[in-house]
Ligand binder design. Structure first.
Ligand code: IDP
Ligand code: MG
Length: 151
């Protein structure tokens, strides 16, 4: 089953939206394989956003992501990468569709509430960066046949 790495960023946590954001992923049908509340270090944030190094918003982005604790999740599901990015919405919240997390709760790109991996390959690398293998749980839910046609 495909996996994606989700981060509820500091603004999501500070604004008391952790439950609301988790609810949206749960309702969509994703299975939680990992979840933790943590204060990311600058080193971890720099590795996570290495692809953006050199861009004008890079310093602000790293400061933002380490400014407060975050909730980090590994979610599993059919087409999890694309599906989770749909639930999250477009990068710029003013362009994100109503009904998406960013579309419903954000206004600015520098405060866009959630990270979601953008490819299967990057998802695997991000999961390895944020989680130890033993922090991930292999399990099934008893409602799975009602979410996955082919479990
Ligand atoms: P994504 O989070 O939708 O995948 P990316 O382009 O990968 O978007 O950018 C990573 C993060 O960097 C964004 O979520 C946002 O927090 C921040 N970011 C992207 N572009 C800008 C910008 O132009 N100004 C400020 N922050 C930005
Ligand atoms: Mg991205």
């Amino acid at each position: 089953m495909e996996r994606t790495l989700i981060i509820i960023k500091p603004d999501g946590v500070q604004r008391g939206l952790v439950g609301e954001i988790l609810t949206r992923f749960e309702r969509k049908g994703f299975r939680i394989a990992g979840m933790k509340f943590m204060q990311p270090s600058r080193e971890l944030a720099e590795k996570h956003y290495a692809v953006h190094q050199g861009k004008p918003f890079y310093e602000g982005l790293v400061s933002y992501i380490i400014s407060s604790p975050v909730v980090v999740l590994v979610l599993e599901g059919t087409n999890a990468i694309v599906a989770a990015r749909g639930t999250v919405g477009a990068t710029r919240p003013h362009e994100a569709a109503p009904g998406s997390i960013r579309g419903d709760f954000g206004l600015e790109v520098g405060r866009n509430l959630v990270h979601a991996s953008d490819s299967v390959e990057n998802g695997l690398a991000e999961i390895a960066l944020w989680f130890k293998p033993e922090e991930l749980v292999n399990w099934t839910r008893n409602n799975e046949p009602w979410i996955f046609e082919k479990p």
